[in-house]
Design a protein around this ligand. Sequence first.
Ligand SMILES: Cc1cc2nc3c(=O)[nH]c(=O)nc-3n(C[C@H](O)[C@H](O)[C@H](O)COP(=O)(O)OP(=O)(O)OC[C@H]3O[C@@H](n4cnc5c(N)ncnc54)[C@H](O)[C@@H]3O)c2cc1C
Length: 483
Amino acid sequence: MTQIASQLSIVLSRLKEVVGDRYVVDRTEDLLVYEYDGSIDRHLPAAVVIPGSAQEIARCVAICSEAGVPIVPRGSGTGLSGGAVPTEGTIQVVTSRLRKILEVDTENRVAIVEPGVINADLSAAIEHLGLHYVPDPSSQRACSIGGNVAENAGGPHCLAYGVTTNHVLGMEVVLANGEMIWLGGEQRETPGYDLRGAFIGSEGTLGIATKIAVRLIPIPEAIRTVAAVFNSMDMASKTVSDIIGAGVIPAALEMMDRVTIDAVEPTYHPGYPAEAKAVLIIEVDGLRETVEEQSEQIEAICRQNRVASYEASDDAARRAELWAARKGAIGAFGNLRPNYYLVDGVVPRTKLQEVLAKVAEIGAEFDLTIANVFHAGDGNLHPSILFDERIPGETEKVIEAGGRILKLCVEVGGALSGEHGIGLEKQAYMPLVFNEDDMRSMGRLAPAFGATGHFNPSKVFPADNGDGPAFSKARRSGTHDVV
Ligand SMILES: Cc1cc2nc3c(=O)[nH]c(=O)nc-3n(C[C@H](O)[C@H](O)[C@H](O)COP(=O)(O)OP(=O)(O)OC[C@H]3O[C@@H](n4cnc5c(N)ncnc54)[C@H](O)[C@@H]3O)c2cc1C
């Protein structure tokens, strides 16, 4: 047995003492399910531990830290930037057994949840109280609130209401030495530095969130969902700019292009016409009068921009049908190709038309099909490059095309990520928006939290070994062939 293997075996025995044999996974065939997230990188962890409580997480973290074994926190593994993908020699700490809603305080409209609680389960559990938790990633039936905190997740309804950071008041965090601290609290304002804000979006590099205090919001009095079908992508993009330009901020303003329509039709049967080139799903909510007023404005703008068909519904069942294709679009890409690589760039809304045209040009240049389904209202593009990783050279081509799209977003004044984080995938592009001083000062945060490579090493910041993007490096150093 090599020294590393014997050290790992000691760590695993200690972890088993904490969580029980059943919750430490180290057989290769069992580890396979933990090697990937929703992105295209994959790598086997050295082992996986699945603690059953915050205290167990703290003890596991302390054991790994003492032995110098780095940890990759993992929620549901739906991330789209490789954040939960293990790197060489790491142990994954999975939160999937921590699924309790610990407290619901209706008077103060706060809930305390464990990190493994599935996003959609929280709103479903409190619906009878007339409350809901707003951030609703399209993956909300699978992703965890701990993962949402780590990625500062957004979602269709974040346009008017704000993203995760606007709805998380505080969290209990396990630090590298196993200490448990609270960042923020249960109130909107807490004195001192806003370390809560620093932790949200830190992609599992600072610690593990073990309890989360979230804001709850009353379910609006009225909700109306619109499906507006356009025969031109340009007119749909113009409609997005015109709606926001008119001062109307809908709760959600989402766009699907023709490729996405082709993907969703066989599964969700929305029945969009053959000549449709783009669909906007728009939702307005609030007081009944506000909903009426905003809907009228939106309908007028859609008609000015030659909408081909327009349906508005207040009926909960019909609204769910109008949303189904949008929320299920990414999974439905499987109807067209076995793999997708989803690029998460942000552009100023006024540049939507220009950038979407250039994305199409990049697709043509690389001979790749690109589907667009995205949070149009906040300019958060999701060009999804559809491909088949079994075709030699295809993945490399996709990564190159994705890089070109990200550079394009930055060139027009946008950002590298709207909501999916940097992870492994975009770290090589960080220098496009940050200079070395910026990155050095951000890098000082982990040591300030006592985490120096303990949590999620090789994520977020570019690898400085000149060996190309760590993004593709994890894939290259994979311990088995792509299945
Ligand atoms: C079909 C589909 C649609 C999606 N739609 C959206 C969308 O609309 N909006 C959006 O924002 N995202 C979306 N995503 C991306 C993804 O669902 C989110 O990033 C989500 O927040 C990840 O949660 P998770 O539990 O799966 O986290 P994981 O993938 O397991 O982990 C993500 C990151 O969080 C860290 N982490 C996990 N748990 C903890 C914890 N308790 N403490 C500290 N760090 C932790 C991990 O180390 C990793 O860096 C989508 C993904 C898919 C597959």
